[in-house]
Design a protein around this ligand. Structure first.
Ligand code: NAD
Length: 313
């Protein structure tokens, strides 16, 4: 019996739930939200679609007490920025919200994996780790999984290669300081730099544009339709599947570095092995000095933001 509790039944949460239903991700899906009426309505709506799906998933609106025997608690709850509010003020409000979520989840006896999508996801994941007191491996965030998928799709298009045969990762903060360590990207087995040398129609300037597009994709989507949710919903599904199926897949989730790159406590998008126990191993990259510096700058930024937060009681 595979059970997921989803906290936050807004656009992101419900895009995940809809993807989970269509992908037959689990046996039981519980929807929780401060707006209980909304969670009930969403459960009803999904249940009415069950007859057309291949699954007999049990879907219902619940409470934190339902987390006790869950495998994963997915957190997509959060508030948006108020006019004139700084990012840190928004973060402080999301911290207060997470206190009202993580503490009751832990009190329920939950012993599974926390999977966080709320932004800024690297900081919210670190907050979840601190509030829960769970081990490092059992608290993860979506990190740069979606950014990595976007990058592979765009590179696949550029080189006219199946994106599944483009191997590479977007790492760092899920945000403005994320980047592609190009020295680590290969087309099938061939390093991308060799392909550029052998084939003059491919140019580094174009790859830089692709990296910029990936970094700005969310802004562009928000400008066009107000928010992003389908892509991240499917990314959450992908990470949850790696956990539930004990896959040992490498995904650029947000996970504590635990000494990798000489950094201990920071949560950041980096390639990790994900299985039933969560983020069990970091795949530490041998990057060029410039890339390493970029990664450390991104980590420093995240560390400073986290340390500026007031945890209170
Ligand atoms: P939304 O406003 O549609 O939904 C948020 C939900 O959280 C609402 O249903 C609200 O009632 C609920 N909520 C608020 N306070 C709560 C509390 N104390 N307890 C329980 N539920 C509570 O927002 P959305 O578009 O679904 O976005 C959710 C989060 O996901 C945001 O932080 C957004 O920035 C983030 N996001 C992350 C990524 C990513 O790549 N990680 C991508 C897109 C969006």
């Amino acid at each position: 019996m595979k059970k997921i509790v989803l906290v936050g039944t807004g656009m992101v949460g419900m895009s995940f739930a809809y993807a989970a239903l269509n992908q037959n991700l689990c046996d039981e899906l519980v929807l929780c939200d401060i707006n209980e009426k909304r969670a009930r309505g969403e459960a009803q709506d999904l249940n009415h679609g069950l007859a057309f799906s291949k699954t007999s998933m049990k879907i219902y609106a619940g409470t934190y007490a339902d987390c006790g025997d869950a495998d994963i608690v997915v957190i997509c709850a959060g508030v948006g920025q108020k006019p004139g509010e700084t990012r840190l003020q928004l973060l402080q409000r999301n911290l207060e919200i997470f206190k009202t979520i993580v503490n009751p989840v832990v009190e329920s006896g939950f012993d599974g994996i926390f999977l966080v999508a709320t932004n800024p996801v690297d900081i919210m994941t670190r907050i979840t780790r601190k509030l829960s007191g769970f081990s490092n491996s059992k608290v993860i965030g979506t990190g740069t999984t979606l950014d990595t998928a976007r990058m592979r799709y765009l590179l696949g298009d550029y080189f006219d290669i199946d994106p599944r045969n483009i191997h590479g990762y977007v790492i760092g903060e899920h945000g403005d300081s994320e980047f592609v360590p190009w020295s680590q990207v290969t087309i099938g087995p061939k390093p991308i730099r060799d392909e550029l040398m052998d084939n003059p129609k491919f140019r580094m300037e174009d790859l830089d544009k692709i990296e910029e597009n990936v970094r700005h994709a969310a802004y562009e989507i928000i400008e066009a339709k107000g928010a992003t949710y389908y892509g991240i919903g499917m990314a959450i599904c992908r990470v949850a599947r790696a956990i539930l199926q004990d896959e040992n897949s490498i995904l650029t989730i947000s996970a504590r570095l635990c000494g990798a790159y000489g950094i201990e406590k920071v949560y950041v998008g980096n390639p990790c092995v994900v299985n039933r126990e969560g983020a069990v191993r970091r795949i530490e990259l041998t990057m060029m000095n410039k890339e390493l510096r970029q990664f450390k700058e991104s980590c420093d930024l995240l560390d400073k933001t986290f340390n500026d937060l007031e945890f209170g009681q």
